[in-house]
Design a protein around this ligand. Structure first.
Ligand code: XIL
Length: 361
């Protein structure tokens, strides 16, 4: 298979840890498209979300990605509105280029994402709501999963949980629920399995990390959803925990997070940390202090979650603060959020060291 992390990706950067080199000896690294079992015993995959235009324009960013990461997630190019902005218009260029880049360099690809309300193009939304015809979704799945058939892992459904807005069962009242009913998740997983029998299929969601009532309800709703999918025999292989950390949300607690991850693992699922970054809450203190707070949060988080053997890897949602989605596009200088491993000039920050330390601990 093309998707074998190169020796280089495994032996440099984060991957220099014994854990990751051990991982290189077997499991997913050898046969990403074929092996559906999660690589839980050896090491963990390190990855980052990127955009093709950014890595094309910046050789240093490219080098950083290749030296740190064994896996890559397209930040935007594999979303439905990016791939098929109109019913008769496909724009696969950036996603094709990113997958080609990954193949050439032996990076694994996390396919992100097939169904996300926010990235569903208006034409598809209207058609689904009007016709309730599953073939809209089916045709899209078949096309995308067929085209990107080397992608070993897919976020099939992104952000299906919403406990706060009156949605049934804690499910988000998104276009898919409104069009097809709560069975849309089962259907999506089955269709994905049919179109990509060798890929590992995930549900990916956010706000499970902190000790507050909303996140407690979200954790419970996710576990209920998993239980239902399991008893219905839906082909689900794992859960993506986005991990957009937030310094305003109070301390991370192992006694909250670990049992939650244990329960997911207890269903026989693997877990990926898929979108790690840190939202700061005080931009007025010194840069040194800010970077330390971010790194401390990441270290604490990873030390807690990596204790769970089912956690297969960690992807940061970008590499450089310059590209962070948390950045206010109008903001300059100090207002830049510093929640990624590299600063805007691509100098590694304490968060980078924190990730490496946690992974090798
Ligand atoms: C974000 C991207 O980072 C932005 O560039 C884009 O404009 C919107 O989407 N949860 C997800 C990701 O699953 O796909 C989102 O990515 C961030 C939140």
């Amino acid at each position: 298979m093309a998707h074998t992390p190169s020796r280089r990706a495994l032996l440099t950067g984060f991957a220099a840890s014994p854990i990751l080199t051990a991982f290189g000896a077997g499991g997913l690294a050898k046969d990403a498209g074929v092996e559906r079992r999660p690589p839980t015993s050896g090491g963990r995959l390190v990855g980052a979300a990127v955009r093709m235009d950014q890595i094309e324009a910046d050789a240093a960013l490219r080098r950083t990605l290749l030296s740190d990461c064994a896996s890559v997630t397209p930040e935007i190019h594999m979303k439905w509105d990016a791939l098929q902005p109109a019913a008769d218009t496909w724009r696969t260029g950036p996603a094709d280029a990113l997958v080609g880049f990954a193949d050439r360099h032996g990076l694994l690809v996390r396919g992100h994402t097939l169904l996300w309300d926010q990235s569903t193009p208006a034409w598809a939304r209207e058609r689904m709501l009007e016709t309730r015809d599953r073939s809209v979704l089916d045709r899209y799945f078949d096309a995308v999963l067929g085209r990107y058939d080397t992608v070993g892992e897919w976020d099939v459904v992104n952000e299906p949980i919403d406990t706060e807005n009156g949605a049934r069962d804690g499910l988000r009242a998104n276009t898919f629920l409104r069009s097809y009913g709560r069975g849309y998740i089962d259907h999506a997983l089955r269709r994905a399995r049919q179109a990509a029998p060798r890929a590992r299929l995930m549900i990916n969601d956010f706000s499970f990390d902190y000790d507050n009532p909303v996140e407690a309800r979200r954790r419970a709703a996710l576990l209920r959803l998993i239980e239902r999918l399991r008893s219905d025999g839906a082909p689900l292989d794992g859960i993506g925990v986005q991990a957009h950390l937030d310094l305003s949300k109070g301390p991370l607690r192992p006694e909250i997070l670990q049992p939650f991850l244990r329960e997911i693992a207890g269903f026989g699922l693997s877990i990926a940390i898929t979108e790690l970054d840190v939202k700061e809450d005080d931009l007025t203190v010194s840069i040194v202090e800010r970077d330390q707070r971010v790194a401390d949060e990441v270290r604490r988080y990873l030390d807690i979650v990596l204790d769970e053997p089912a956690v297969q890897g960690v992807t940061t949602w970008g590499l450089s603060d310059a590209h962070s989605w948390l950045r206010d596009p109008g903001a300059e200088g100090l207002a830049l959020n510093r929640g990624l491993p590299y600063d805007a000039d691509l100098r590694p920050k304490p968060m980078h060291a924190a990730i490496r330390r946690s992974l090798t601990a």
